[in-house]
Design a protein around this ligand. Structure first.
Ligand code: AMP
Ligand code: GLY
Length: 438
């Protein structure tokens, strides 16, 4: 370890970690933390039916926003680091309260989480920082919105300002459709999240996600990943949290990724700092690669799900030390992150009825033989005391595989999925179609 020559602390030992959240992302994070040699215990609260399948990982029956119980556990068990997975507790200020109690936390405070929790705020920050993005209008009444739409004379993208579980965006094909989306939002479709809207010019181009692990000042970038948001093959059907992903997405080569760092991520972190925000966590930039270059479609304040499950097997065991260093504000002291040059393929299995009315409670039969390059991450699952596992959420699990080519990686992931059965299992067979031969 290097001796610090600045005011930042020297990286203390890292032995015990708590991951907050219950999804596939948190299941993968716990698995990744356990790979780090110095780690003795990984707790996940509230976790899911697969948490304890990872050796050394334990479930805690505490909700991710139950700050008092989290602080008690962390103090009693002398936990070294808390990693917050989902956006809701971040937006609620859970990271702030844990930090006030003296804990070391990876995840931004409520002020930084506004990158995701308020689209208006995020757009203003992009403008201020000179980050390329679509033209937009921020509106707080239906009348204002309809006048803006009329003046624009084309279908605008309609976005609820606040968190809406990935469902607050309408990419309207016609002016009439945009009008309906505006009226629905002001009639309460998204509750308080839709009291303000962002109306945005529609961009065209493929999408890619880039993740920066930040310590307030510095950052480490992960390989670009591509998500598949639509439920059905051929990108049809409703939007979901994500039905699969792959990485590294060839849409951005190393030089392009560096450009995105300089054009988007570094100016974003600088603008946050200028607002007095010490951002220690993930900045997730959802980009559209337009004819005029990459533009930001959205920011999130956390890892993507299922992008996280896809990326994490490509990263070295020092990831835990890097998150720790980010949380302590001393990324320069962290070991260099190893990134494998393999291709990673992730396919999500959902329940029937997802996303509108997911069916729960079916027994899951799992015969998959996992190995170094094949992982199973649970999401919407629960287990009973006989270790039977049942579906308990819309996105049930993801199978992730790595190989020298995307063709091989997807072949392995799909073969793995064939060894998993539950009533109503639903997954897309065309994940990664952009990078595979059919
Ligand atoms: P968001 O929740 O902001 O990521 O939006 C959800 C999805 O809507 C994105 O992944 C895009 O596919 C689409 N989208 C959002 N904004 C735009 C835009 N300005 N132009 C075209 N598509 C968009
Ligand atoms: N997979 C998209 C998201 O996590 O927001």
């Amino acid at each position: 370890m290097k001796i610090s020559n600045s005011s930042s602390p020297i990286l203390p030992p890292l032995k015990k970690i708590l991951v907050l959240g219950s999804g596939g992302r948190e299941n993968a994070l716990a698995w990744a933390m356990r790979k780090c040699k110095s780690i003795e215990e990984v707790w996940v609260a509230p976790g899911n039916g697969g948490t304890e399948n990872h050796q050394g990982c334990k479930r805690l029956n505490i909700q991710e926003n139950d700050v008092k119980a989290i602080i008690n556990k962390c103090q009693a068990s002398k936990l070294d680091l808390v990693v917050i997975g989902p956006e809701a507790p971040l937006a609620e200020g859970v990271a702030d309260e844990l930090r006030e109690a003296g804990l070391t936390v990876f995840g931004p405070g409520a002020n930084g989480a506004k990158l995701e929790a308020s689209k208006t705020w995020a757009k203003e920050l992009m403008l201020e920082a000179g980050v390329p993005t679509a033209r937009y209008w921020s509106v707080s009444t239906e009348e204002e919105a309809l006048v803006t739409l009329k003046n624009f004379q084309g279908p605008l993208v309609v976005k609820a300002d606040g968190l809406a579980a990935g469902k607050g965006v309408t990419v309207a094909e016609t002016i009439e459709e945009a009008k309906t989306a505006i009226q629905e939002a002001f009639n309460g479709k998204y509750g308080a999240s839709g009291e303000k809207l962002v109306l945005e010019e529609r961009l065209q181009g493929p999408e890619v996600s880039v993740f920066a692990l930040c310590d307030g000042q510095r950052m480490v970038l992960l390989p670009p990943a591509q998500d598949h948001k639509r439920l059905k093959e051929g990108d049809q059907g409703p939007n979901t949290g994500g039905m699969g992903a792959y990485a590294p997405a060839p849409l951005l080569n190393e030089e392009d990724l560096n450009n995105v760092k300089e054009l988007v991520l570094e100016p974003t972190l600088k603008a946050l700092r200028e607002r007095g925000i010490d951002y220690r966590g993930v900045i997730y930039a959802g980009l559209m690669i337009t004819n005029a270059g990459p533009k930001v479609i959205e920011y999130n304040c956390r890892f993507g799900d299922p992008e996280c499950q896809t990326l994490i097997p490509l990263l070295g065991p020092e990831l835990a030390n890097i998150l720790h260093a980010c949380a302590l504000g001393c990324l320069e002291q962290a070991p260099k992150l190893f990134i494998s040059n393999l291709c990673s393929a992730c396919v999500v299995a959902a329940t029937s009825g997802y996303p509108e009315a997911p069916r729960y409670g079916d027994l899951i039969n799992i015969n998959i033989q996992l190995n170094q390059s094949l992982q199973l991450f649970h999401a919407g699952t629960r287990s009973n005391d006989k270790n039977d596992v049942f579906t308990s959420g819309g996105r049930v699990l993801s199978v992730v595989a790595q190989a020298p080519s995307f063709d091989e990686a997807f072949k392995k992931a799909y073969a793995g999925l064939d060894d998993i059965h539950f009533n109503g299992i639903n997954f897309r067979r065309d994940i990664g179609n952009q990078v595979r031969k059919f």
